[in-house]
Design a protein around this ligand. Sequence first.
Ligand SMILES: [Zn+2]
Ligand SMILES: [Zn+2]
Length: 389
Amino acid sequence: MSEHIGRPSNINIINSAFLIGMPIIAIVSLVYYSINYGIGWFEPIIFVMFYLASGLSITAGYHRLFSHRTHKAAWPLKLFYALFGAAAFQNSVIKWCSDHRRHHLETDTENDPYSVTRGFFWAHIGWVMIDEGQEIVDNVEDLQADKILAWQDRHIFLIGFLIGILLPALVGLAWIGGAHGFLGGLVYGGFVRVVIVHHATFLINSAAHTWGNQPYSTENTSKDSAILSFLTFGEGYHNFHHTFQADYRNGHKWYHWDPSKWLIKSASWIGLTRELHKIPTKVIESRKMKKTFHEKVDGSEIDTQFQEKFKECLNQLRNGFNDLRKRRKEYKTAKLSKKSETKNNWKAIKQGHKIRIKQCKKRISKARMEFKLLVESMRLNVDKKPVPA
Ligand SMILES: [Zn+2]
Ligand SMILES: [Zn+2]
């Protein structure tokens, strides 16, 4: 790492001391606390409270709102993210997003600050512990112009200490009282929680660029992993995210584990978020089909009949989704005049709309099925071809 081409490298003493010291403090204080006070309901609850607040401030706030602008948020929510994001001790929004935007623009290259091509350790934590020349903060003029974020950047360590260390201790003091409460809050809501949020976030840069599958793109090392999503508030669908970074979701299916998406969506019901950007399903699915098809072809000669069949599948899929959208819109408009219809009349109208919607869904699943068969027959075709001597 230190011999990285053309860049003088120095150990960043403050960051390294923090990243090595914090887990030691967490373990020692946890052992001391457990011997003296044991464990009840209070400790896991205060841990989860601060884990959710600071973890989600990083994923939904720092990442999806500030870095990628996937939606808009009201100032109280921005302030919450600024306060509890600072409590995660991952630097200010402005610096975090500058690094992250560069990571997306230059993934896996020399200029990617946490490129996994320099090793798992570098992507996970090494890049924070080692300085390479001057710190660059660019491509974040929009964030620098925001008063809350500029203020957070100026006082990042003080805010981090107050919200991430002192506040959980005071919550513990108010809840349980005495040294028991103060220390319980400090250890579980502060030290232990900081270490776990740290490494969960770091895993996105290391593990999510190492393990998993690539359903949407092989242009970079990003991977999708459901297990990782479970540990990181939904951020493990990283191949999807690198392909469609403007989407506020990382797990785009309703059943994908993505608490950050659920937070952003439910905040929109009470007006805290708005203009949630979603990539249309037809775009996502055709991208997936294209990727699977080209992977099968992979430079080898491909029969024109397969090419034609593939185009047909794509068209069927897109038309199916376009029609589905139209039919749903029609149904929505029809619902507005529901009151002027008799009960029986409305029943018949509703039935008609539902049948048309169902037909569109059938067309979509037919396109998916035909694509599956196509890929299967291509595979058989490849197996049949004689191996060149
Ligand atoms: Zn991102
Ligand atoms: Zn990434």
